[in-house]
Structures are given as structure tokens and as C-alpha cells.
Design a protein around this ligand. Sequence first.
Ligand code: ZN
Length: 265
Amino acid sequence: MKIKHILSVTILSISLTLISWGYTGHRTIGQLAENHLNPNAKVAIKNLLGDTTIADACTWADDARKDPQFAATANWHFLNLPLGLSFEDFKKQIDTISQGNVYSALLKAEGDLANNDTPRQQQIYALKFIMHFVGDLHQPMHISRAEDKGGNTIQLNYEDKGTNLHSLWDTKMLEHQGLTYTQLASKYDDISAEDIKQWQSDTLIQWIWESYQISSQLYAEIDLMGKRVIDDTYVQKHLPTVEKRIKQAGIRLAGILNGIYPEIN
Ligand SMILES: [Zn+2]
């Protein structure tokens, strides 16, 4: 029994590392987005979520994929592409991938939520998928190579413990700050009106392209590292990128939701 329990805990923690920003990252994104919603969007979202907070709704998709009903959604959290694509080839490849992925899943969920004919329960799922996938696609290692499972098989050492490139970017660097998601959200909510306007007007393909460019750099850096030990220099260099991606995800999530539920004049 005991071994079985340890095994299942191990399998659970491995599978969690495969899926997205850790809960702290997703919740921070949700809180940031909430800070930037118009009053009409806040009411409409509250009407769908009930007592669930936006921050908690942002992590639902990672739990749902363990439910057989949502098994098919496992591939919706990321996008695998070869390195070295031009922007034009990148766009072409994304448009022609037949397997479900974070791009197609987000577009589908946005369409479902914006359509008044979508049954209420489906709207709730669509809303929660949007809240999660905007976060996932801003995590650079979610737009990454298939052969190393988005960095999950690239082993590293950080703070004297074994980890991997994916997990480092999902959770380890963010949680290194030792702050709660509400603390992180208020710390990060210093975004200029100019940035908000620019980030929300960039296209979805551009958001994904940004992650692709960052992950390409991260792969190149890791390849050049002799010992795969993540030191403070690495963290200090990359923490601003982690912060920027979380800010952009929160602001863009608010932009999508404000677009679906525009302000009533
Ligand atoms: Zn995810």
C-alpha cells in the first residue's frame, strides 16, 4: 500500500510538472487580469464562476485533464515546433497542425464563450480554458521542442536539487521569490497604460511567437552550459522575463475577456 501511495504521489508530481506555470503563476495571472476587467466583464464572469475566484478558475484546466471526461484536452496546454523557423514558416506550421494544441484550443474556447447560443455549462468550461491557456502560452517552455517534451527531459540542478528546464520556468524561479500570488499580483501590477494598449493589440500569433523566440534562446543557452547547474546569475538574468510574461498574460487575458464582455455605456 505504502509503496503504491509513494508511487502515485511521484507520478502525480511528475505529471504536474508537465503541464503549465505552477499554480502560483496561473493564480497571479488571474489576479492581475481581474484587476484590469471592466465592470460588465466582472459581473458576467462572476455569474458563470459563482463562488470560484478567478485565480482558482485559472488552474482548473490542469486538474480537469486528469478527469477521463477531459482526457482529450491534455495536448491543449502547449505547442511543439522545430527550432529555427522564420515568422512566416512559424505561422504556416501553426495553421496546419492537425493535433489539438494551445493555439487551436484557445481560439475554440474564445468562440464558444462569445457565442450566446453556447449552453451555460460549456460557457463555464470555455471561460476556464481561456483563463488557463492564455497563461500557458506565455510560459516560453510551452512553445518548444517535441523531442525534449518542452524541456521536461533536460535535467538541471537548482538549489542543490534535481529539476528540469521546464519546471524551472513553470515554478522554480517564480516561487524562489517566496511570495503568495496576491503579493506577486500587486508587485507586478505596475504596468504602463502604453504597455497595456500595445500588449492587448498584439495578435495571438505574436504572443506565441514571443514565447517561441524566448524558448529558442533558452535552449541555445543550456546547450552552451558546461555543468547544468542553475546559479544565481541565471535566475537574476531571467527573472525579469518570467515577470514580463506573467504581466503580459494577465493583461492580455483581461483584454480577451473585456472584448467578449464590453463595457456598457
Ligand atoms: Zn496547463
